[in-house]
Design a protein around this ligand. Structure first.
Ligand SMILES: Nc1nc2c(ncn2[C@@H]2O[C@H](COP(=O)(O)OP(=O)(O)O)[C@@H](O)[C@H]2O)c(=O)[nH]1
Ligand SMILES: [Mg+2]
Length: 238
């Protein structure tokens, strides 16, 4: 089984090296890491390039034209499929998602097709986020679940593990979201295709290094995108 961990980055120079080291330390057989960087001005990509020179299982996908969390995720997934991944893990690069959960997620693929690292089920937690941010996340989840008709509790989690088949069937080329709504779009499509989705509890640790790229305005436009996704699906365009 060939596994790829796909990590989108933008200005993550203080996090990326430590994260990659932690992932490689897990000693998962046939594990590859691909970092999808949008030409970060802080030279995150250069750090990854240097690691990749010494380790053939570490890859950098440097994007110079396109920008955004959505299209980075899309290109990253396409890259993993092209490189014959059987399993793809997607995670953030800011240490919010702890690598120790990766083996558990892979193991859970025995029981489902898509595993979500969840803060919103029993045993899941969020550390270091303000009450207001947690309330926004909670309400956003409720809204997404209703609009997209999902049973998943944590629809905002970008820490997930996919069987290859899921990514093959959801038509990545047709992904509409340029920004963070790609997380919900993929979930929505996987649910429409009737893949088995399972959540496992994680402790999410708010970033301590670097800055969040997803401010309130981006979050809001992401939630508008969710509505657009529903409308597109009614029109048969998804
Ligand atoms: N390639 C790429 N990655 C991005 C972009 N925006 C955010 N990211 C990455 O996506 C992940 C989540 O972003 P983050 O800023 O932590 O969002 P938050 O956790 O919602 O505050 C991190 O690994 C970021 O570096 C982007 O425009 N392009
Ligand atoms: Mg983050």
């Amino acid at each position: 089984m060939k596994t790829f961990v796909m990590i989108p980055t933008y200005n993550e120079k203080d996090n990326i090296k430590i994260l990659i080291e932690k992932i490689l330390k897990l000693k998962i057989k046939n594990l590859n890491v691909v970092v999808v960087d949008d030409n970060s001005p802080d030279f995150t990509w250069k750090i990854v390039q240097n690691i990749a020179k010494k380790n053939k299982n570490v890859h950098i996908l440097l994007r110079k034209k396109d920008k955004g969390r959505g299209s980075a995720g899309k290109d990253g997934f396409i890259y993993c499929l092209k490189h014959k991944a059987d399993i793809v893990v997607e995670m953030d690069s800011d240490m919010s998602h702890e690598p120790k959960y990766i083996p558990l997620m892979i193991d859970e693929l025995k029981n489902a097709d898509l595993i979500i690292g969840s803060r919103q089920i029993k045993g899941g937690k969020e550390i270091g986020r303000s009450l207001i941010r947690r309330i926004i996340t909670y309400l956003a989840n409720l809204y997404i679940r209703i609009v997209l008709g999902l049973k998943v509790k944590d629809c905002n989690s970008g820490f997930r593990c996919f069987k290859r088949e899921v990514l093959e069937k959801i038509n990545l080329q047709n992904i509409k979201s340029k920004g963070p709504a790609i997380v919900q779009e993929i979930l929505f499509k996987a649910n429409i295709k009737k893949f088995r989705i399972k959540e496992i509890p994680i402790t999410f640790i708010n970033r301590t290094k670097g800055k969040s790229k997803l401010g309130l305005r981006q979050l809001a436009s992401g939630y508008f995108m969710v509505l657009k996704l529903k409308i597109l699906s009614i029109m048969g365009k998804i």
